[in-house]
Design a protein around this ligand. Structure first.
Ligand code: F3S
Length: 394
């Protein structure tokens, strides 16, 4: 791989052990991916930071990096950890607070921004053609598809290595010729009740190529699109889709070889169980984390359908900073019985299981809550989630 003089110095250890290790990782992985050079990035986003996922050996690795003089060279943000930072939630079990705080502290000493959210584009929206090194598959696919950012799906170590050097290997979606839509996936007519999270899981599992997504009759706003893309990236290896009118021109190419039309029966198996009236239900919204606009929508739906009826709960997950920045709506939601978890989510945290089944609009959450946590799940649209747990018979 060709390295500039500056990159050579990094690799040689002129900037300390951690920078040298980071450069070594990037060169080795880059060569394995066929890259002939490294490119500058503007933003690194680190996923896999929950103590539940990385445990004490992960902490030791981060500690060693800090001891070796690790410092962020570019704007770097952090994904959710395993604790509710505002202690507002009764469902998230904060017993690993000490362990998670050590991880967070180490990252902050490296200069990483403690945003603890999977929607880093809310803090720093990428510009079209901007190279990034992001972990968190839902953020990667949203960035490439909606903002025209250029990032692969990176694991924690590569994203950290990129944060510490400011570079990533030039391969995969960093190259325009690899961003070619080859299959047209026609989403069909999306009503307000069509569970787009389930459609995303079907696409992830059944479509291998980069898809061009088209739809008839609208119905896919940016919030539903976020859920659809996250599900595609969860059940499959997707890191990008092309959506005419959304994906910035020039950041993709189209050479369609095949067309698939989504039929309603395709998604039945992904919807899961429908809860009955004897079930204690956890309604969950916020995977990926919610935008403030979605908070107001949930509030008006709670007014319509009533706070969760006895035995049920409604949980939302959001970035920690909303608690100050959007205090009024947060406490209005809380007053209507919403369980609010900040800087975390039930997938990456320990949770108190005082329910029989989870109903969620998120295909990604349903996918991991059933696969990793062994929970019973059901996917339905956001309004249906609030209605299902609500106390009013509307
Ligand atoms: Fe975010 Fe957790 Fe979902 S990190 S994308 S809310 S699994």
């Amino acid at each position: 791989m060709y390295l500039t003089r500056e990159q050579e110095k990094m690799l040689r250890g002129d900037y300390g052990w951690s920078t040298a290790k980071a450069m070594e990782i990037l060169v080795k992985v880059g060569e394995a991916m066929g890259a002939s050079e490294l490119i500058e990035i503007k933003h690194a986003h680190i996923s896999g930071v929950s103590y539940v996922n990385i445990g004490k050996y992960g902490v030791l690795l981060i500690y060693e990096l800090l001891r070796g003089n690790a410092k962020a060279k570019v704007f770097t943000t952090i994904n959710p950890g395993c604790i509710d930072y505002s202690s507002l939630s009764s469902i998230i079990d904060n017993s690993l607070e000490k362990e998670q705080s050590i991880i967070d502290q180490l990252f902050m000493e490296m200069g990483f921004k403690p945003i603890f959210t999977c929607i880093p584009y809310h803090y720093r929206p990428p510009l079209p053609f901007e190279h990034l090194a992001w972990g968190e598959s839902s953020a990667v696919i949203f960035s490439n598809t909606v903002f025209g950012g250029f990032t692969n799906r990176e694991g924690g170590p590569i994203a950290i290595a990129s944060a510490l050097t400011g570079y990533v290997y030039k391969a995969g979606l960093h190259i325009l010729e690899n961003r070619i839509a080859k299959v047209n996936v026609e989403l069909g007519i999306l009503t307000s009740r069509t569970p787009v999270g389930a459609i995303g899981l079907w696409i992830g599992e059944n479509i291998g190529d980069l898809p061009l997504l088209t739809q008839r009759g609208g119905g896919l706003d940016i919030y539903r699109l976020k859920v659809l893309l996250a599900a595609m990236a969860a059940s499959g290896s997707h890191a990008m889709a092309v959506i005419p009118g959304v994906t910035p021109k020039g950041t993709y190419m189209v050479e369609i070889e095949d067309k698939v039309v989504i039929e309603p029966q395709y998604i039945e198996k992904y919807i899961g169980e429908i809860p009955d009236s004897s079930n204690k239900i956890l309604g969950y919204i916020g995977c990926p984390h919610l935008h403030p606009v979605e908070l107001y929508r949930i509030y008006s739906l709670l007014k319509k359908y009533g706070p969760p009826r006895s035995g049920n709960k409604l949980m939302i997950t959001i970035p920690p900073e909303y608690v100050d920045k959007h205090r009024n709506i947060i406490y209005a939601l809380k007053a209507l019985g919403t369980d609010i978890a900040t800087g975390t989510c039930p997938v990456v945290a320990k949770i108190r299981r005082e329910f029989d089944i989870v109903v969620t609009n998120s295909g990604k959450a349903a996918f991991y809550l059933s696969k990793i946590h062994g929970l019973r799940t059901s996917i339905m649209e956001l309004e249906e989630v609030v209605k299902t747990v609500g106390g009013k018979n509307v």
